[in-house]
Ligand binder design. Structure first.
Ligand SMILES: [Zn+2]
Length: 113
């Protein structure tokens, strides 16, 4: 399943399958280069970068959230589903969840199992 995202650090598109940082509980849209080399700088640069917690999902399913599914996120104490009648890519759902979080001024959200 082709699942790509846009790096919030450098703006480049990258394949999510290329990288998944080892951190179970921090799923940011950073390409491997930005994640490895400029992580601290980028966090300073991108002030409203939303942290996506995926540890709960991983513990439940034994893998990172990825590909097509019906994705739910806890944002500011409420649960939100980001799909219509059909499943959507995790990367798309995450993008919508991050947008929602920004409108609510929430900086940490959680992928629900
Ligand atoms: Zn990057």
């Amino acid at each position: 399943m082709a699942d790509r995202s846009t790096c919030e650090g450098c703006g480049k598109r990258f394949w999510i399958s290329q990288l998944t940082p080892a951190d179970d509980d921090d799923d940011r849209d950073l390409c491997p280069k930005c994640w490895d080399k400029n992580y601290d700088k980028i966090l300073l640069k991108v002030k409203k970068m939303v942290k996506v917690m995926r540890g709960k999902y991983k513990r439940e399913h034994g893998k990172f959230p990825y590909g097509l599914g019906r994705w739910a996120f806890e944002i500011g104490g409420k649960n939100y589903w980001f799909h219509d009648n059909e499943a959507i890519l995790y990367s798309e759902a995450k993008k919508l969840a991050i947008e929602k979080a920004k409108t609510l001024n929430v900086l940490t959200i959680t992928v629900l199992p």
